[in-house]
Write a protein that binds this ligand. Sequence first.
Ligand SMILES: Cc1ncc(COP(=O)(O)O)c(C=O)c1O
Length: 403
Amino acid sequence: MNAERVMEMDQQNVMRTYGRVPIVFEKALGARVWDKEGKEYLDFFAGIAVNGVGHCHPRVVEAVCRQAATLMHCSNVYYHAPGAELAARISELTGGMKVFFANSGAEANEGAIKLARFYARRVLQQERFEVVTTLKSFHGRTLATLAATGQPKFHQELQPLPPGFRHVPFGDVDALAEAVGPQTAAVLVEPIQGEGGINMPPDGYLADVRRIANQAGCLLILDEVQTGMGRTGSFLAHQQDGVAADIVTLAKALASGLPMGAFLARPDVAEALKPGDHGSTFGGNPVVAAAALAGINVLFEEGLLENAARVGNYLQQGLKELATAHPTVREVRGRGLMLGMELSAGAPAVVDECRQRGLLINCTAGNVLRFLPPLIITESDVEQALRILHEALTKVEAQLPIA
Ligand SMILES: Cc1ncc(COP(=O)(O)O)c(C=O)c1O
């Protein structure tokens, strides 16, 4: 089937919720993807931060094939070794947190919010139900996680959304301190806002958020769906801030390309959940668990956290050098391999120009170019990407009306 036919069938039969780019991908390996016409792309998008260990890493492929041929699914009514081993590995990496496996980031956050409410009522024995989150945040597409998401554009025409959410500006400690109170079950924040535009909080923000949550007697939930799994140079981003969370949510790169989410909690917080309180038919099934376990082993055994930090600095430096040559660049920001370049205009056109030249990036929050490459990329991949980006910026800037 040729690319035109694929797009035509999709357009006729799939609901139009995505603004799809007209490419049909056929195969991928490492940091490269090929379309149906055989054109090669350097992937600095990684399926929105999912292909952390690169596309089709042989150790992940092997684990998935072996597990799929052995036991593909058995439901959470029974035990299975990949799930137990994965939970033990995650616990070891997070100072003993307990895990619930879901299928996506939204579900992970939904479960985390439920846990915070159960904890307040059952353990604290208080009528706390509210969750305070930040403006420009993104926490998912279910009704509760949309209500948690601090972007009014996602709320339009969906009211009434579930009550119990309050939003404060990201990075504003005073506003947060004012918003929490005896009604607050949890504060929910991303260590670095992803969809909101790769927004970095001021230094010490997470420590301040922790202190405010402690003073208010509520839980701290960190949404590491995009920042987690090594992307910023540590397994979880907040591990670099010297702050402990009560609940952490993960998804995206967790199972190296297969759908998986999870919420993790301190054991005493996790105790608030009893059999029957929460569940998922597929959550943590043997195949995704085997993929996640293999991917985590790759992260550590192949030094990908160090690579994300080192090559991330190299990329950030290169982007900052480009910024000096391009008048539309307002700011370069981010950490590790989660980087953003804010433009004054033309970001979607730059994304298109990059794609035509064989580089995949995306644009978020209107005018922020976002770079989320697999953590395996090398300095020479970065140089190729910077060359393409330079050409794309030059072309788009030449077409912009002079201000
Ligand atoms: C920080 C954050 N939380 C939650 C989500 C939702 O994840 P999913 O699309 O897997 O439901 C996303 C997705 O972009 C995200 O970036």
